[in-house]
Design a protein around this ligand. Sequence first.
Ligand code: ADP
Ligand code: MG
Length: 251
Amino acid sequence: MKVDIQLTDAGISFGGVHALRGVNLSVAEGEQICIIGPSGSGKSTLLGLMNGRLLTETGSVEVLGQDLLQLTARQMRELRCGLVWVPQDLGLVPNLRVLQNVLCGKAGRLGFLGLLRSLLLTRMSEAEEVRSLLERLGIPEKLYERTDTLSGGQQQRVAIARALFQDPVAILADEPVASVDPGRARSLLELLTGVARDEGITLVMSLHHVELAREFFPRLVGLQAGRVVFDQSADETTDRQLRELYATGEK
Ligand code: ADP
Ligand code: MG
């Protein structure tokens, strides 16, 4: 099985406080894993180490076969093109059209001028590609609508379309459903895990909500105070383990 992400004794501290310590974790190509743990346990930091936003201070982090500590800034940028980051608030620009928001996904690759050009002179083939992505997500008629006129659920679909438009190897999502109601959270997770599965895209997500993590992810990684306390299939994970994971209270 090909490995996409490999952390070996990874760790990082902020102002002398260990945010993560001695983390060993391997994510295979196409795998879907969910990182759970109380607030302050290191979930965002772990995702940050995976996409190179943060660099490990111990051991190593390898992504798509490359040691992140060895990469030049340019190599890092290229690598990150294959890793899509879905932020907590979805990161859509409200007053842009849906098409433009989806095209924005490639901003990192195009640079500022390239992005400007692509927003002004959208090629027909690109618009078609975006339309077919939206079709797949059930909102083809929204291509030219202003994004802020869409419902919350439709905006989630736009965010997924934007992620897919980048043709990613992996999607890293940091609590993408933290601020939405449970019904909408469930539909986003259903869509995202389904599309990732169909496309063979690796999916690493952090979630605060353990029941959703259990329902949608085959593998759960439990973090507590910067350490991995379990890494196992969702089926094996007991209620007791989950209670204990959150029992120490929020840091
Ligand atoms: P989680 O996402 O699980 O809530 P984080 O990864 O955000 O946890 O944080 C883990 C720990 O690292 C916390 O104690 C937090 O305060 C600390 N931390 C994270 N990022 C920074 C930072 N940029 N500066 C200082 N402390 C940080
Ligand atoms: Mg966080």
